[in-house]
Design a protein around this ligand. Structure first.
Ligand SMILES: Nc1ncnc2c1ncn2[C@@H]1O[C@H](COP(=O)(O)OP(=O)(O)O)[C@@H](O)[C@H]1O
Ligand SMILES: [Mg+2]
Length: 230
């Protein structure tokens, strides 16, 4: 069998935050290691404040660790200059957050097309793919609506479509269904699993819902600054 490709790897990550006056530093990540295989779905669970979001931001190049390295497809992102990193991130990673982070002044279609437009794709091509992705998530009828005119579930489906715009290698999702009802949660998750099967995108999902975690290939628990299989 062919060896599995590693799309994302963290080696010996440390991250601390200064605490309030007179208090000790907060040691959030303490020598954390992680490997994500191509086409895998990994869930990370952990109590509130255990460092899940901090980890996801560091893995996605939105924040930096105090020590340790992050590799995307074998390339050490800590060696990239910020402009190059932003460009690389836009192509390599699709982010989905708990709150949608859609741009309020743009329509659903424009929001989805944005990552491709930023990457220099022609309008025609970008909007055609954005349309396809809106179809995929069953929200093509809402394409000309702005975020405030969409329901929470629709906003999150638009976010997911946007995350997929540039054919990322990996989706990093931070409690993407945390604010959704069961129906919308199922739609989002079913779509994630279908996408993995259809295009082989890898998924790293932070969740506090046990049923969701149990559908993934593997569950890791973030505790005392490191990850362990649950
Ligand atoms: N920028 C920051 N400055 C200081 N403390 C922070 C910062 N970001 C996160 N923290 C603290 O680090 C800990 C981990 O936060 P976070 O990664 O958001 O946890 P989780 O997502 O698991 O709930 C928390 O105690 C939080 O208050
Ligand atoms: Mg969090």
């Amino acid at each position: 069998m062919a060896e599995k490709k590693i799309v994302l790897e963290a080696k010996d990550l440390y991250k601390s935050f200064p605490a309030g006056q007179g208090k000790d530093e907060l040691h959030v990540l303490q020598g954390l290691n992680l490997e994500i295989e191509e086409g895998s779905i990994t869930s990370i669970v952990g109590s509130s404040g255990s460092g899940k979001s901090t980890l996801l931001h560091i893995l996605g190049g939105l924040d930096t660790a105090d020590r340790g390295d992050v590799f995307w497809g074998g390339k050490n992102i800590t060696e990239y200059k910020s402009d190059d990193l932003a460009e690389f991130r836009n192509r390599y990673i699709g982010f989905v957050f708990q709150f949608h982070h859609l741009l309020p002044e743009f329509t659903a279609l424009e929001n989805v097309a944005m990552p491709a437009l930023i990457a220099g794709t022609s309008n025609k091509e970008a909007f055609a793919r954005a349309q396809e992705l809106l179809n995929l998530f069953g929200i093509e009828g809402r394409k000309n609506h702005r975020p405030t005119e969409l329901s929470g579930g629709e906003q999150q489906r638009v976010s997911m479509a946007r995350a997929l715009m540039n054919h990322p290698k990996i989706i990093l999702a931070d409690e993407p269904t945390g604010n959704l009802d069961q129906d919308n949660t199922n739609i989002i998750l079913d779509q994630l699993f279908e996408l993995r099967d259809a295009v082989g995108v890898s998924v790293l999902l932070i969740t506090h819902e046990k049923e969701i975690a149990e559908r993934s290939d593997r569950i890791l628990n973030l505790k005392k600054g490191i990850l362990k299989p649950l």
